[in-house]
Design a protein around this ligand. Structure first.
Ligand code: MRU
Length: 358
C-alpha cells in the first residue's frame, strides 16, 4: 500500500515507528489521532505529514456535527490549529493545511455535505499529486546520476517520507530503472535511525545496491573518493536556497564541498517557503531527550544526562549545488530561480485541479 491512504472514511498509514522489525498498518478515524501520529512519527517526512494533515481535515469535515457552513469552517479552523502544532519545521504541513482551508472556503454551496465531499476529494488529489510530483522530480534528478555512481544519502526521503515513490529515493529508483549501475551509501541517521530502519528497508526490498554506514563514516568515504554525489531531502527551503533538513545534513554538505563532490537537495516546490528570506528564520524542532539516550527501549547513556536534540539543521545555500524539483533542477542564483520553479507549481496545480473537478 501507499504510505498513507484514505479508505472509506478512515485514514490508514504504515506505522514507521515499528519498521523494519514489524510491518504494521494503523487506522485512524479521529483527526486528533492523526495529529498524534504526526507528533510521534508514526508518519514522518515533509510531504507525508502534509498529506496526513490534509486527510485529518477530511476526517473533521466528514464527522462534523455542523449544520451550516460557518460552523463547519470553525470546526476546520480549530482542527487546523491542533494539526499545526504537531511539527514545526516541515513547511508542507502548513502548506497542505492552508490548501485544505482555502478549498473549504471556496466551495460554492451552503451545504456542509458539499464542503465535506470537496475536502475528501482535495486531500485525495493532494496525495495523488504527491506521487506524480515525485515521479517528475525523480526523472529530472536521474539525469544527474551516471552509470557506476556511488550516492550518499541521509535520513529517509523515500516512499515512506512521501505518499509513494519518494524524492531522493525517487531519483535513485529512476536511475536504477534506467539500468544505471548505482550504489547507495545510507547514513544510519541518529538519533531516530531513519536511514538504518527505513531507507535500508526500502532499498533492500527493491534490490537496489546499498550499504549502511554509521553517520561518522561519511567524511572518510568522501575523502577516499568513494562518493560521487550527495542527495538529501528538505523540510523547508528558504527563498535564498538555504535548506533545512534532518540534523547532520549540513555536515555532509560542507564535507562534500571540501571534497569537490556535488550536493543536491531533492524536494517538491511545496517544500519551498518564499516567505522566509533565509534559513536562519526556519523554526527548528527540538525533540525528546529520550531519542538520544535510548535506542528503542534500551538506555545507552547515564540516567539524567543533559541532552540537546534538534531534529533538523540548516545548510546555507552556498553548499547546495542545486535543488531538484518537479519543475526541473534549480541552480543558483536560487533567489531568482526558486521563484520561477514555484511559479510553475501554481500553474501546474491549477490545471490539474481544474481538470479533476470537471
Ligand atoms: O524527522 P523526519 O524523519 O520527519 O525528517 C525527515 C527528513 O528530514 C527528510 O529528509 C525530509 O522530510 C524530506 S522527505 C521527502
Amino acid at each position: 500500500m501507499r504510505t498513507i491512504e484514505w479508505d472509506d472514511g478512515v485514514v490508514k498509514m504504515i506505522d514507521q515507528r515499528k519498521l523494519p522489525l514489524e510491518y504494521a498498518v494503523v487506522e485512524f478515524s479521529d483527526y486528533r489521532e492523526v495529529a498524534q501520529a504526526i507528533r510521534e512519527m508514526c508518519i514522518r517526512g515533509a510531504p507525508a505529514i502534509g498529506v496526513a494533515a490534509a486527510f485529518g481535515l477530511a476526517l473533521v469535515a466528514r464527522q462534523s456535527q455542523a449544520t451550516n457552513r460557518e460552523q463547519l469552517l470553525a470546526d476546520l479552523e480549530e482542527a487546523a490549529s491542533v494539526l499545526r502544532e504537531t511539527r514545526p519545521t516541515a513547511v508542507n504541513l502548513f502548506w497542505a493545511i492552508e490548501r485544505m482551508l482555502d478549498r473549504a472556503r471556496q466551495v460554492d454551496s451552503p451545504e456542509v455535505e458539499a464542503i465535506a465531499d470537496a475536502l475528501v476529494a482535495e486531500a485525495q488529489l493532494l496525495a495523488d499529486e504527491d506521487v506524480e510530483i515525485n515521479k517528475r522530480l525523480g526523472a529530472y534528478g536521474a539525469e544527474l546520476i551516471a552509470d557506476g555512481d556511488n550516492i550518499l544519502t541521509h535520513c529517509n526521503a523515500g516512499r515512506l517520507a512521501t505518499v509513494d515513490y519518494g524524492t531522493v529515493l525517487g531519483v535513485v529508483r529512476a536511475a536504477h530503472e534506467q539500468g544505471k549501475r548505482i550504489h547507495v551509501w545510507v547514513d544510519e541517521t541518529r538519533p531516530r535511525l531513519q536511514g538504518a530502519r527505513l531507507t535500508a528497508w526500502e532499498l533492500m526490498r527493491e534490490g537496489i545496491p546499498m550499504t549502511l554506514i554509521a553517520d561518522n563514516t561519511a567524511g572518510h568515504l568522501m575523502y577516499t573518493g568513494q562518493v560521487d554525489i550527495v542527495l538529501f531531502g528538505a523540510d523547508r527551503v528558504a527563498a535564498n536556497g538555504d535548506v533545512a533538513n534532518k540534523i547532520g545534513s549540513y555536515k555532509l554538505a560542507v564535507l562534500a564541498r571540501e571534497n569537490g563532490i556535488p550536493c543536491y537537495s531533492v524536494s517538491p516546490t511545496s517544500t519551498v517557503d518564499l516567505s522566509l528570506a533565509g534559513g536562519d528564520d526556519i523554526p527548528i524542532e527540538e525533540r525528546d531527550a529520550r531519542e538520544v539516550t535510548y535506542i528503542r527501549d534500551v538506555p545507552i547513556a547515564p540516567e539524567g544526562v543533559p541532552v540537546y536534540n534538534p531534529a533538523f539543521d540548516v545548510t546555507p545555500h552556498r553548499y547546495i549545488t542545486g535543488i531538484v524539483t518537479e519543475n526541473g533542477i534549480v541552480y543558483p542564483p536560487f533567489e531568482v530561480n526558486l521563484r520561477k520553479a514555484v511559479g510553475l507549481r501554481s500553474q501546474a496545480r491549477f490545471f490539474r485541479t481544474a481538470r479533476s473537478r470537471r
